[in-house]
Design a protein around this ligand. Structure first.
Ligand code: DGL
Length: 271
């Protein structure tokens, strides 16, 4: 039965576990099969064609294992590969993170001045600006590449003076008092891990939009609409696969995501 199959979740590294954690909270009966392509990380500095190729390969791997839905828990892959993925797999429900985050920002910003912090690739694609303007045509959107946030998150350096300095380096000028955005979209699934440092560096004023909750809500609606929801009451689970260094991946997941509970042994995939 398709409903019994896991939901595939994919990111270049551990960042997409922010989305997996939101899916676990909202859909506890669902089985999640998570693939972190850390052999090829970072995606954010690579060209669109390369990101598309990596993403299609990762999707093929998860589909061969048997999944009923794919959540692309990576903004860079969502920006560059969502259309190709949907074309290649017309019968598989596929969700990206950009549309969910853009909708939330368009709804939550009061002033309509919205900043998006993302990888270089996501910023260059303009995908967030386009998606936000579809929902709120008068919005003023600025997209700020913050490539080193990914390395900080993967290193577990998510808090403390180094993380705060880095946040200031990229964002302080944009959030200087006059005409500052009232909303910052965390347009990379690694960035919610830096929330503490972000708050200390830019203050409590701006609304922080994390795409994870929004995409988990969309996943729930899609499962229900497609008759694909796992039987209520079933205890779901999380299986982790990494394309390199599975032990390191397990350590990072344990350290950064205590809410996921005991992290299962991580399988190594040769993609
Ligand atoms: N977590 C990914 C994203 O949301 C990108 C990190 C990377 O550069 O690989 O964009």
């Amino acid at each position: 039965m398709a409903a019994d199959l896991p939901i595939g979740v994919f990111d270049s590294g551990v960042g997409g576990l922010t989305v997996a954690a939101a899916l676990r909270r909202r859909l506890p009966s669902e089985e999640l099969l998570y693939l972190g392509d850390i052999a090829r990380l970072p995606y954010g500095t690579k060209s669109p064609g390369t990101v598309e190729r990596y993403t299609l390969k990762a999707a093929d791997f998860l589909i061969a294992r048997g999944i009923k839905m794919l959540v692309v828990a990576c903004n860079t892959a969502s920006a560059h590969a969502l259309t190709a993925l949907m074309r290649a797999h017309p019968h598989l429900p596929v969700l990206g993170v950009i549309e969910a985050g853009a909708q939330a920002a368009a709804r939550l910003s009061r002033s309509g001045t919205i900043a998006v912090a993302a990888t270089e690739g996501t910023c260059r694609s303009d995908a967030f600006a386009r998606a936000i303007l579809t929902h709120r045509p008068e919005a003023k959107v600025s997209q700020i590449p913050c490539p080193l946030f990914v390395a900080l998150a993967e290193e577990g350096l998510t808090d403390g003076p180094i993380a705060e300095d880095m946040v200031r380096h990229y964002l302080a000028a944009k959030f200087a008092p006059s005409n500052a955005p009232d909303c910052l979209v965390l347009g990379c699934t690694h960035f919610p891990l830096l929330t503490g440092a972000l708050r200390r560096a830019i203050g409590d004023g701006p609304i922080l939009v994390d795409c994870a909750e929004a995409v988990a809500e969309q996943a729930e609606q899609l499962l229900i609409a497609g008759g694909l929801a796992a039987p209520a009451g079933r205890a779901g689970g999380l299986s982790l696969i990494a394309t390199d260094a599975p032990d390191r991946f397990a350590r990072m997941a344990t350290r950064l995501f205590p809410a996921l509970g005991e992290v299962p042994a991580v399988e190594l995939a040769n993609l």
